[in-house]
Design a binder for this molecule. Structure first.
Ligand SMILES: O=C(O)CCC(=O)C1=CC=C[C@@H](O)[C@@H]1C(=O)O
Ligand SMILES: [Mg+2]
Length: 369
């Protein structure tokens, strides 16, 4: 397939509710959508999961725009590409910038699936017809608000509840949640808010039967996580520390993690996500699909990836209505009783809603030979 045209949309959408983590609070989501068109007029869509500011990792909307426009598009525009797996290799000379790479690669995967009359799930080798989904809740003002939010999501049937913790908002909060919901699958995401000095606090979490503690320590660490895992009963799940198959291999060999949160953007795309999935399956490390508050385009990619067999834990891909008054796809992603039915249309399986997209597009960039 020949990529003949690439369009980038700078988007700004207001989320239904502010999202707070140990880094800060935001409600407006500014991000990039990217559309590729081939020589036959087929199109594919990708979404950059980089935030407007570098609080989750070093990438931002603007660094992604720069990398995509100035380095990645020249490598793929008007180039013959037989399979999206080639993109990983094409982009290898460019260091890091994984979210930028994943934006372009994801759009080409969508295009490839459509050209070959496959769903993206089928193109990736996934077979699940529905996926279990959990819900991730940002830090709330107080425990009572958090408990009421959790009560609502449990009633909606979400298969796992993920809450944020940070020093001073941890043991008491988890205890209150466990008292209120003795049996709900419950996990905590610390987003690197702790150090090994906090080991006694983290060990107290062992008594609450959490399914995992996500990224308790530094975002670039696997050494201290290995030391911590030896002291904890609760499985550690790594998110920010894992950027590639090599990172996953080293973390598993060191015993730094027992579960991996795969985020397509963080690891550089669907091909690398699949490699990490396969390696973890060979090593009995379950994986789940993390979220980055995506619009429907990125959400659709997450659904397709989650159909692979080792995605045995509910991920963070909730329905569109959790985040958006209106999503940029039709139909929207819908979770019913904690399940999302995998679409059967070709490619990502959802149609871009251009009318809605146009309303939330701040700026566009067009590239063609
Ligand atoms: O997309 C979702 O609903 C989950 C979002 C989410 O939990 C996260 C997104 C980005 C950084 C963190 O706050 C957290 C995570 O680390 O998984
Ligand atoms: Mg996380």
């Amino acid at each position: 397939m020949l990529i003949k045209e690439i369009n980038i949309r700078k988007m700004k959408m207001t989320m239904k509710a502010p999202f707070t983590t140990s880094f800060g609070t935001f409600q407006d989501k500014e991000f990039l959508l990217l559309e590729v068109t081939d020589e036959l007029g087929n199109t594919g869509w990708g979404e950059s999961t980089a935030f407007h500011s570098p609080w989750y990792n070093e990438e931002t909307l603007e660094t992604n725009l720069h990398m995509i426009r100035d380095f990645l598009i020249p490598l793929v525009l008007d180039k013959e590409i037989a399979h999206p797996d080639e993109i990983n290799e094409l982009f290898a000379p460019i260091r890091k910038n994984n979210m930028a790479k994943a934006t372009v690669e994801g759009a080409i995967w969508d295009l490839y699936a459509k050209r070959n009359q496959l769903t993206l799930a089928q193109a990736l080798g996934g077979t699940a017809e529905k996926i279990e989904v959990g819900i991730s809740i940002g830090i709330q003002q107080n425990v009572e608000d958090l408990i009421e939010l959790v009560r609502g999501y449990v009633a909606e049937g979400y298969k796992r509840i993920k809450v944020k913790i940070k020093p001073g908002f941890d043991v008491d909060v988890i205890k209150a949640l466990r008292d209120a919901f003795p049996h709900v699958p419950l996990m905590a995401d610390a987003n690197s808010a702790y150090t090994l000095d906090d080991i006694d606090v983290l060990k107290q979490l062992d008594e609450f039967n959490l399914t995992m503690i996500e990224q308790p320590l530094a975002s670039d660490d696997i050494i201290d996580h290995a030391k911590l895992q030896k002291e904890l009963k609760t499985p550690i799940c790594l998110d920010e520390s894992i950027h590639s198959l090599e990172d996953a291999r080293k973390a598993i060999e060191l015993g730094s993690t027992k579960i991996i949160n795969i985020k397509i953007g963080r690891v550089g795309g669907l091909t690398e996500s699949k490699k990490i999935h396969d390696y973890c399956m060979e090593n009995d490390i379950p994986v789940w699909c993390g979220g980055m508050l995506e619009s429907g385009i990125g959400r659709a990619h997450n659904v397709a990836l989650t159909t692979l067999p080792n995605f045995i834990l509910p991920g963070d891909t909730a329905g569109s209505s959790r985040y958006w008054e209106e999503d940029v796809i039709t139909p929207e992603v819908v979770a019913v009783d904690g399940y999302i039915t995998v679409p059967t249309s070709y490619g990502i399986g959802y149609e871009p809603n251009i009318e809605v997209m146009d309303r939330f597009t701040v700026e566009t960039f067009n590239f063609k030979e």
